[in-house]
Design a protein around this ligand. Structure first.
Ligand code: NAP
Length: 250
């Protein structure tokens, strides 16, 4: 990990933030991405490893390419891309859902992840080396009520990951995905538009994963020997059996 150039999208919170701390502790040189610059600066200030900030919305196609193409030489040849930026917006049946929520999820979780990948790939392709780790979700393996578009976006991440692995196989570039269940981050606060009560109900009476649990798996995947690709990981808290069966009193 020492000296590897690692780009993390969505580093300003939750899983991305914890992944940055974990990979920095192993000596990675980080490109920290997100829209909230102040949060990225706060993170950067506590890391004892070289890092560079890129502030952009992953769904803004033109800016994604401009920002990634503007990386200084010390950071421009990315070894590991962690495509983590994304969120759920709303939890409603299709007929009651807000189209703006749909756009936000498709723009960040699907198009954003694809744009960032496309922008980072040229240097990996030219050196015939690299590793892309995508954050999917159990929602990308199994649909749950009222989550049709978030689930669609994560099914798309799963399909894109599989397609990417096929396309990049001849080039020696590894592609992996982690699909977590319930993780206690700002995710539910964002989904319920700041409603703390609704967000807290998601994790009520069970022990969810912490961001650090996911970050540890990211590190494990990133550190696997070169000939090993941990391609697909479904990571659940003990109390969760699938998207809707949970043991709430555990
Ligand atoms: P979080 O704490 O809300 O973090 C989401 C991160 O994504 C933030 O850093 C946010 O940064 C960034 N982001 C969101 N939309 C963006 C956009 N349009 N452009 C750039 N950055 C954007 O949630 P989290 O749980 O860590 O989520 C990380 C990933 O894990 C997501 O892909 C999520 O779908 C997935 N996941 C989460 C859970 C869970 O239960 N928490 C379960 C399965 C999968 P800014 O707001 O600063 O831009």
């Amino acid at each position: 990990m020492k000296g590897k150039k690692i780009m993390i999208t969505g580093a300003s919170s939750g899983i991305g933030w914890s992944a940055a701390e974990t990979l920095a502790a192993e000596g990675g040189h980080l490109i920290l991405c997100g829209r909230r610059e102040s949060r990225l600066k706060e993170l950067q200030a506590q890391l004892e490893t070289p890092s560079h900030l890129l502030v952009f919305d992953v769904g803004d196609r033109k800016t994604v390419f401009e920002k990634i193409n503007s990386l200084p030489k010390a950071f421009s040849s990315i070894d590991i891309l962690i495509n983590n930026a994304g969120n759920a917006h709303g939890l409603n049946p299709v007929h009651k859902a807000d189209l703006n929520d749909w756009d936000a999820m498709i723009d960040s979780n699907v198009k954003g992840l694809m744009y960032v990948t496309k922008a980072v790939l040229p240097s990996m392709v030219s050196k015939k080396n690299g590793h892309i780790i995508n954050l999917g979700s159990i929602a990308g393996k199994e649909v749950y009520p009222n989550g049709s578009v978030y689930c669609s976006s994560k099914f798309a991440v799963d399909a894109f990951t599989q397609g990417l692995r096929l396309d990049l196989n001849p080039l020696g570039i590894k592609v992996s995905a982690i699909h977590p269940g319930l993780v206690d981050t700002e995710f539910s606060k964002v989904r319920f538009k700041g409603d703390k009560y609704k967000a807290s109900q998601v994790y009520k009476e069970l022990t969810p994963l912490q961001a650090k649990d996911v970050a540890n798996v990211i590190l494990y995947i990133a550190q696997a020997p070169d000939h090993v690709n941990i391609a697909d990981v479904l990571l659940l808290p003990k109390a969760q059996a699938n998207t809707y069966v949970t043991n709430r009193k555990s």
